[in-house]
Ligand binder design. Structure first.
Ligand code: SAH
Length: 280
Protein backbone atom coordinates (compact mmCIF):
# COMPACT_ATOMS: atom_id res chain seq x y z
CA UNK A 1 0.00 0.00 0.00
CA UNK A 2 1.55 3.28 -1.04
CA UNK A 3 0.92 6.32 1.08
CA UNK A 4 -1.01 9.08 -0.66
CA UNK A 5 1.19 11.91 -1.80
CA UNK A 6 1.81 14.31 1.05
CA UNK A 7 4.77 15.97 2.68
CA UNK A 8 5.36 13.03 5.07
CA UNK A 9 7.77 13.73 7.93
CA UNK A 10 11.04 11.82 8.05
CA UNK A 11 11.79 9.67 11.07
CA UNK A 12 15.42 10.73 11.44
CA UNK A 13 18.17 8.79 13.25
CA UNK A 14 18.22 9.57 16.96
CA UNK A 15 14.54 10.47 17.10
CA UNK A 16 11.76 8.66 18.96
CA UNK A 17 8.22 8.80 17.63
CA UNK A 18 5.63 7.91 20.25
CA UNK A 19 2.74 6.54 18.31
CA UNK A 20 -0.76 5.22 18.97
CA UNK A 21 -1.62 1.96 17.23
CA UNK A 22 -5.37 2.20 17.80
CA UNK A 23 -7.46 -0.33 19.70
CA UNK A 24 -6.71 -3.39 17.57
CA UNK A 25 -8.03 -3.45 14.01
CA UNK A 26 -4.95 -2.52 11.93
CA UNK A 27 -7.20 -0.42 9.69
CA UNK A 28 -7.58 2.00 12.58
CA UNK A 29 -3.94 3.08 12.39
CA UNK A 30 -3.30 6.62 11.22
CA UNK A 31 -1.35 7.37 8.06
CA UNK A 32 1.34 8.95 10.22
CA UNK A 33 1.64 5.62 12.05
CA UNK A 34 2.02 3.78 8.76
CA UNK A 35 4.61 6.31 7.61
CA UNK A 36 6.51 5.68 10.84
CA UNK A 37 6.32 1.88 10.50
CA UNK A 38 7.86 2.16 7.05
CA UNK A 39 10.88 4.08 8.31
CA UNK A 40 11.69 2.67 11.75
CA UNK A 41 14.90 0.79 12.55
CA UNK A 42 13.34 -0.47 15.74
CA UNK A 43 9.75 -0.77 16.94
CA UNK A 44 9.24 -0.99 20.70
CA UNK A 45 5.68 -2.22 21.20
CA UNK A 46 3.21 -2.99 23.97
CA UNK A 47 1.04 -6.01 24.72
CA UNK A 48 -2.07 -4.48 23.18
CA UNK A 49 -0.47 -3.91 19.77
CA UNK A 50 -1.63 -6.48 17.20
CA UNK A 51 1.08 -8.60 15.57
CA UNK A 52 -0.36 -7.81 12.13
CA UNK A 53 0.64 -4.19 12.59
CA UNK A 54 4.28 -5.18 13.18
CA UNK A 55 4.26 -7.00 9.84
CA UNK A 56 4.16 -3.56 8.26
CA UNK A 57 7.67 -2.86 9.55
CA UNK A 58 9.53 -5.95 8.25
CA UNK A 59 12.81 -4.03 8.04
CA UNK A 60 12.75 -3.10 11.73
CA UNK A 61 13.81 -4.90 14.85
CA UNK A 62 10.74 -5.60 17.02
CA UNK A 63 11.20 -5.23 20.76
CA UNK A 64 8.41 -6.32 23.07
CA UNK A 65 7.90 -4.10 26.11
CA UNK A 66 4.79 -5.48 27.76
CA UNK A 67 3.60 -8.22 30.06
CA UNK A 68 3.42 -11.70 28.61
CA UNK A 69 3.37 -15.30 29.74
CA UNK A 70 3.11 -14.40 33.40
CA UNK A 71 6.49 -12.69 33.40
CA UNK A 72 6.57 -9.42 35.29
CA UNK A 73 6.21 -6.40 33.06
CA UNK A 74 9.34 -4.34 32.52
CA UNK A 75 9.49 -1.35 34.78
CA UNK A 76 8.25 1.81 33.15
CA UNK A 77 11.53 3.52 33.88
CA UNK A 78 13.47 0.72 32.17
CA UNK A 79 11.34 1.07 29.04
CA UNK A 80 11.84 4.83 28.95
CA UNK A 81 15.61 4.47 29.42
CA UNK A 82 15.75 1.78 26.73
CA UNK A 83 14.16 4.27 24.33
CA UNK A 84 16.76 6.86 25.30
CA UNK A 85 19.57 4.36 24.73
CA UNK A 86 18.24 3.28 21.32
CA UNK A 87 17.94 6.89 20.21
CA UNK A 88 21.50 7.60 21.40
CA UNK A 89 22.68 4.65 19.27
CA UNK A 90 21.36 6.64 16.32
CA UNK A 91 18.36 4.41 15.68
CA UNK A 92 15.09 5.58 14.18
CA UNK A 93 12.87 4.54 17.06
CA UNK A 94 9.15 3.93 16.86
CA UNK A 95 7.47 3.48 20.23
CA UNK A 96 4.12 1.90 19.43
CA UNK A 97 1.40 1.87 22.07
CA UNK A 98 -2.17 0.57 22.07
CA UNK A 99 -4.93 3.11 21.48
CA UNK A 100 -3.73 6.65 22.00
CA UNK A 101 -0.31 7.09 23.64
CA UNK A 102 -1.55 9.88 25.90
CA UNK A 103 -4.69 8.14 27.18
CA UNK A 104 -3.96 5.96 30.24
CA UNK A 105 -0.93 4.61 28.43
CA UNK A 106 1.96 6.25 30.26
CA UNK A 107 2.94 7.90 27.01
CA UNK A 108 3.25 11.19 28.83
CA UNK A 109 5.80 9.70 31.23
CA UNK A 110 7.86 8.20 28.43
CA UNK A 111 7.79 11.42 26.45
CA UNK A 112 8.85 13.33 29.55
CA UNK A 113 11.88 11.10 30.11
CA UNK A 114 12.88 11.42 26.46
CA UNK A 115 12.69 15.20 26.53
CA UNK A 116 14.54 15.35 29.86
CA UNK A 117 17.33 13.37 28.20
CA UNK A 118 17.46 15.65 25.20
CA UNK A 119 15.94 13.17 22.74
CA UNK A 120 13.82 14.77 20.01
CA UNK A 121 10.31 13.35 19.82
CA UNK A 122 7.15 13.38 17.76
CA UNK A 123 3.74 12.34 19.11
CA UNK A 124 1.33 10.52 16.83
CA UNK A 125 -2.12 10.25 18.39
CA UNK A 126 -4.20 7.12 17.96
CA UNK A 127 -7.81 6.06 18.30
CA UNK A 128 -8.43 5.30 21.93
CA UNK A 129 -10.25 2.12 22.93
CA UNK A 130 -12.76 4.10 24.96
CA UNK A 131 -13.98 5.83 21.81
CA UNK A 132 -13.15 3.58 18.85
CA UNK A 133 -13.71 0.33 20.74
CA UNK A 134 -17.16 1.42 21.78
CA UNK A 135 -17.93 2.58 18.23
CA UNK A 136 -17.20 -0.96 17.00
CA UNK A 137 -19.78 -2.16 19.52
CA UNK A 138 -22.33 0.33 18.16
CA UNK A 139 -22.11 2.65 21.17
CA UNK A 140 -21.61 6.37 20.53
CA UNK A 141 -19.78 7.97 23.47
CA UNK A 142 -21.92 11.04 22.97
CA UNK A 143 -25.40 11.28 21.56
CA UNK A 144 -27.48 14.43 21.67
CA UNK A 145 -30.40 12.64 23.32
CA UNK A 146 -28.20 11.14 26.03
CA UNK A 147 -25.23 13.20 27.16
CA UNK A 148 -23.42 16.47 26.90
CA UNK A 149 -20.34 15.15 28.64
CA UNK A 150 -18.43 11.92 28.98
CA UNK A 151 -15.93 10.94 31.65
CA UNK A 152 -13.00 8.64 30.97
CA UNK A 153 -11.65 6.99 34.10
CA UNK A 154 -9.12 4.32 34.97
CA UNK A 155 -10.26 1.44 37.14
CA UNK A 156 -6.97 1.14 38.95
CA UNK A 157 -4.15 3.41 39.90
CA UNK A 158 -0.39 2.98 40.09
CA UNK A 159 -0.68 0.70 43.11
CA UNK A 160 -3.22 -1.51 41.35
CA UNK A 161 -6.05 -0.36 43.63
CA UNK A 162 -9.28 1.40 42.71
CA UNK A 163 -8.01 4.95 42.32
CA UNK A 164 -8.51 6.54 45.71
CA UNK A 165 -8.04 9.98 44.22
CA UNK A 166 -11.20 9.52 42.17
CA UNK A 167 -14.38 10.90 43.66
CA UNK A 168 -16.73 8.18 42.38
CA UNK A 169 -19.74 9.90 43.95
CA UNK A 170 -19.00 13.11 42.04
CA UNK A 171 -18.48 11.15 38.83
CA UNK A 172 -21.75 9.29 39.40
CA UNK A 173 -23.61 12.55 39.90
CA UNK A 174 -21.87 14.64 37.28
CA UNK A 175 -21.36 12.38 34.29
CA UNK A 176 -24.17 10.87 32.27
CA UNK A 177 -21.80 8.50 30.48
CA UNK A 178 -18.77 6.96 32.18
CA UNK A 179 -16.13 5.07 30.18
CA UNK A 180 -13.88 2.93 32.36
CA UNK A 181 -10.47 1.63 31.27
CA UNK A 182 -8.81 -1.20 33.22
CA UNK A 183 -12.01 -1.67 35.20
CA UNK A 184 -12.43 -5.46 35.25
CA UNK A 185 -10.39 -6.17 38.36
CA UNK A 186 -12.29 -3.73 40.54
CA UNK A 187 -15.68 -3.85 38.84
CA UNK A 188 -17.41 -4.89 42.07
CA UNK A 189 -16.14 -1.84 43.98
CA UNK A 190 -16.74 0.51 41.08
CA UNK A 191 -20.32 -0.59 40.44
CA UNK A 192 -21.06 -0.51 44.17
CA UNK A 193 -19.67 3.02 44.45
CA UNK A 194 -21.77 4.24 41.53
CA UNK A 195 -24.92 2.62 42.96
CA UNK A 196 -24.20 4.04 46.41
CA UNK A 197 -23.95 7.47 44.80
CA UNK A 198 -27.42 7.14 43.33
CA UNK A 199 -27.04 5.51 39.92
CA UNK A 200 -29.92 3.03 39.47
CA UNK A 201 -29.39 -0.72 39.58
CA UNK A 202 -31.05 -0.82 36.16
CA UNK A 203 -28.51 1.56 34.59
CA UNK A 204 -27.34 0.07 31.27
CA UNK A 205 -23.72 -1.06 31.11
CA UNK A 206 -21.70 -2.59 28.29
CA UNK A 207 -18.46 -4.51 28.63
CA UNK A 208 -16.50 -4.67 25.37
CA UNK A 209 -13.48 -6.96 25.32
CA UNK A 210 -10.69 -7.08 22.70
CA UNK A 211 -12.65 -4.42 20.88
CA UNK A 212 -12.20 -3.98 17.12
CA UNK A 213 -10.42 -7.35 16.78
CA UNK A 214 -11.82 -10.65 15.45
CA UNK A 215 -12.30 -11.68 19.07
CA UNK A 216 -14.40 -8.71 20.13
CA UNK A 217 -17.14 -9.61 22.59
CA UNK A 218 -19.85 -7.41 24.01
CA UNK A 219 -21.78 -8.02 27.18
CA UNK A 220 -24.85 -5.88 27.74
CA UNK A 221 -25.83 -5.77 31.38
CA UNK A 222 -26.76 -3.34 34.17
CA UNK A 223 -24.99 -1.88 37.19
CA UNK A 224 -26.94 -4.27 39.41
CA UNK A 225 -26.02 -7.41 37.47
CA UNK A 226 -22.60 -6.64 36.02
CA UNK A 227 -20.53 -8.58 38.56
CA UNK A 228 -22.50 -11.81 38.16
CA UNK A 229 -22.78 -11.41 34.40
CA UNK A 230 -19.03 -10.95 33.95
CA UNK A 231 -18.39 -14.03 36.08
CA UNK A 232 -20.90 -16.11 34.10
CA UNK A 233 -19.68 -14.87 30.72
CA UNK A 234 -16.05 -15.64 31.47
CA UNK A 235 -15.01 -12.41 29.78
CA UNK A 236 -11.43 -11.34 30.39
CA UNK A 237 -9.51 -8.07 29.86
CA UNK A 238 -8.68 -5.98 27.96
CA UNK A 239 -12.11 -4.48 28.38
CA UNK A 240 -13.80 -1.15 28.16
CA UNK A 241 -16.77 -0.70 30.46
CA UNK A 242 -19.35 1.90 29.45
CA UNK A 243 -21.99 3.02 31.93
CA UNK A 244 -25.00 5.07 30.85
CA UNK A 245 -27.96 5.36 28.50
CA UNK A 246 -25.59 5.55 25.51
CA UNK A 247 -25.31 1.78 25.82
CA UNK A 248 -28.97 1.45 24.71
CA UNK A 249 -28.07 2.93 21.34
CA UNK A 250 -26.41 -0.39 20.55
CA UNK A 251 -29.91 -1.78 20.06
CA UNK A 252 -30.14 0.25 16.90
CA UNK A 253 -26.47 0.87 16.01
CA UNK A 254 -24.90 -2.60 16.36
CA UNK A 255 -23.59 -2.38 12.83
CA UNK A 256 -21.46 -5.52 13.08
CA UNK A 257 -24.44 -7.56 14.26
CA UNK A 258 -26.52 -6.13 11.46
CA UNK A 259 -23.88 -7.01 8.88
CA UNK A 260 -23.95 -10.54 10.29
CA UNK A 261 -27.70 -10.71 9.80
CA UNK A 262 -29.35 -9.55 13.03
CA UNK A 263 -31.95 -6.85 12.66
CA UNK A 264 -31.90 -3.80 14.94
CA UNK A 265 -33.66 -4.77 18.15
CA UNK A 266 -35.26 -1.40 18.69
CA UNK A 267 -35.09 1.56 16.33
CA UNK A 268 -35.86 4.04 19.11
CA UNK A 269 -34.26 2.65 22.28
CA UNK A 270 -34.51 5.92 24.17
CA UNK A 271 -38.20 6.34 23.36
CA UNK A 272 -37.47 9.93 22.36
CA UNK A 273 -39.36 9.81 19.11
CA UNK A 274 -42.18 7.56 20.20
CA UNK A 275 -44.88 10.17 19.80
CA UNK A 276 -43.70 11.12 16.33
CA UNK A 277 -43.42 7.48 15.36
CA UNK A 278 -46.84 6.70 16.79
CA UNK A 279 -48.51 9.49 14.89
CA UNK A 280 -46.64 8.77 11.65
N1 SAH B 1 -3.76 3.99 25.52
C1 SAH B 1 -4.84 3.02 25.45
C2 SAH B 1 -5.26 2.58 26.85
C3 SAH B 1 -4.17 1.85 27.58
S1 SAH B 1 -4.67 1.29 29.15
C4 SAH B 1 -6.01 3.62 24.67
O1 SAH B 1 -6.00 4.82 24.39
O2 SAH B 1 -6.91 2.87 24.32
C5 SAH B 1 -5.14 -0.37 28.80
C6 SAH B 1 -6.64 -0.51 28.85
O3 SAH B 1 -7.22 0.02 27.69
C7 SAH B 1 -7.14 -1.93 28.91
O4 SAH B 1 -7.07 -2.45 30.22
C8 SAH B 1 -8.56 -1.74 28.46
O5 SAH B 1 -9.36 -1.18 29.48
C9 SAH B 1 -8.39 -0.69 27.38
N2 SAH B 1 -8.23 -1.29 26.05
C10 SAH B 1 -7.20 -1.11 25.21
N3 SAH B 1 -7.42 -1.77 24.05
C11 SAH B 1 -8.62 -2.37 24.18
C12 SAH B 1 -9.41 -3.20 23.33
N4 SAH B 1 -9.02 -3.55 22.11
N5 SAH B 1 -10.61 -3.63 23.79
C13 SAH B 1 -11.04 -3.29 25.01
N6 SAH B 1 -10.33 -2.53 25.86
C14 SAH B 1 -9.14 -2.08 25.45
Amino acid sequence: MTLPSHDWPELAPGWVWLCGAGPGDPGLLTLHALNALRQADVVVYDALVQEAILDWAPQAEHIYAGKRGGKPSPLQRDISLRLVALAREGKRVLRLKGGDPFVFGRGGEEAQTLVQNGIPIRIIPGISAGIGGLAYAGIPVTHRDVNQSVTFVTGHDQSGQTPSSLDWAAIAKGSQVIVIYMGMKHVAQISAALIAAGRPLSEPVAVVTTATTQDQQVLETTLGTIVDDIATSGLVPPAIICVGQAVLMRQVLDWQGQAAGTAPRNLDPLNRHRDAADSA
